[in-house]
Design a protein around this ligand. Structure first.
Ligand SMILES: *Cc1c(COP(=O)(O)O)cnc(C)c1O
Length: 368
């Protein structure tokens, strides 16, 4: 079946093979007589699904053994509270604000401790990244928060900061919701990473947390038990009923990721290669056109979320109508930024970006 190309920022397109497998399994998962939504989370069938999902993810992201993988609920925004509830101990937290998502994280943290703004790119309208050496890090901060890919503004951190080298002992917390599994992660520089699944891993409803073991067990006493990382970890993400179907779908996506190949590369390394080629194609076209414009600094442009503008904004509606007619869906930009946005998550093949560029070229020529 030929499906349109879906550029949604999230919930986002999933690989067709994954959706097809889910359809096959819908009424009867592997001869069990049950669909996955109908299984006890503590039965042997679902236990094997969650164990495989966790093992596959650990392998794909090369998560070291002293990190725990937690499957939670609440999404990225709930983590804006859950992280300070678990890590702040009521003390100082350092925030790097680089766009809408880190701004929200900073604001929410005020309920749980003393967040400090240590760097911001607000004066550039979130189109740059403050270099780590300019961050005004606090002595004794409980953690440093960084959104490693700002989904709305299209700003991505291409090299995680080495906080130790910057004189800070604080663990780095990254919100990697919108680029998880699109590239490798340098875990030696990370204390905790969190992300909602609905951008690049699976359906909404599942939140991934990868946390270094020594950061468990310090939650504030008001922290809900279901959101205490240690409780969740001690119970294998089964303290309460986990989002079973979303975990199953993410698990199918992990198996799909493991099958991906680019030359001699496989898994996330293959995806990273493909994602670079996809982003280069679109940015290269935009930069060389007279009609389209991307405002983000070249060294921090996101590979996943590419906001762009038509220099003649009166043509926005015509652009979107024509795109939809071509089977190029959900290209409208976020309301706070305007213009267009193409999200090129793992499930978007290079052919989808080629189709988008062909349409954009034709639309520009028609208008000229
Ligand atoms: C989408 C997104 C969120 C919010 O996730 P919810 O699941 O809606 O709470 C947080 N951070 C980033 C970077 C995102 O892209």
């Amino acid at each position: 079946m030929n499906r349109p190309y879906n550029f949604s920022a999230g919930p986002a397109a999933m690989p067709a093979e994954v959706l097809q497998q889910a359809a096959t399994d819908m009424l009867d998962w592997q001869g069990s007589g049950m669909g996955v939504m109908e299984m006890s989370h503590r039965g042997t069938e679902f236990m094997s699904i969650i164990a495989a999902a966790e093992a596959d993810l650990r392998e794909l992201l090369s998560v070291p053994s002293h990190f725990r993988i937690l499957f939670m609920q609440g999404g990225g925004l709930a983590e804006n509270a859950i992280v300070p509830l678990n890590l702040s101990r009521g003390g100082v937290m350092d925030f790097v604000v680089t766009g809408s998502w880190s701004q929200k994280s900073f604001k929410e943290a005020h309920k749980y401790g003393q967040p400090r703004l240590v760097a911001s790119n607000e004066t550039s309208a979130h189109t740059t990244l403050p270099t780590p050496s300019s961050w005004q890090l606090s002595g004794g901060a409980r953690y440093v928060h960084l959104c490693s890919n700002e989904t709305i503004h299209g700003v991505e951190v291409h090299e995680l900061p080495d906080l130790k080298a910057l004189g800070s002992d604080a663990p780095l917390v990254i919100d990697f919701s919108s680029h998880v599994a699109s590239r490798s992660v340098d875990w030696s520089r990370v204390g905790l990473a969190f992300g909602g699944a609905q951008k690049n891993l699976g359906p909404a409803g599942l939140t991934l947390v990868v946390v270094r073991e020594d950061l468990l067990g310090h939650a504030l006493s008001v922290c809900p038990s279901a959101f205490d990382y240690k409780t969740v970890a001690d119970n294998g993400s089964m303290y309460n009923t986990p989002p079973t179907y979303a975990i199953y779908m993410a698990g199918l996506t992990f198996q799909w990721l493991k099958r991906q190949r680019e030359g001699s590369l496989s898994g996330v390394a293959a995806m990273e290669q493909r994602n670079m080629a996809k982003a280069e194609l679109l940015y290269g076209f935009i930069d060389n056109s007279q009609l389209y414009l991307n405002k983000v600094d070249k060294d921090c442009r996101s590979r996943m979320n590419i906001p762009f503008f038509l220099r003649d904004e009166t043509r926005n509606d015509a652009f979107l109508v024509g795109a939809k007619a071509r089977g190029l869906l959900q290209l409208k930009g976020h309301k706070s930024v305007g213009g267009m946005r193409a999200s090129l998550y793992n499930a978007m093949p290079l052919a989808g970006v080629q189709a988008l560029v062909a349409y954009m070229r034709e639309f520009e020529q028609k208008q000229a």
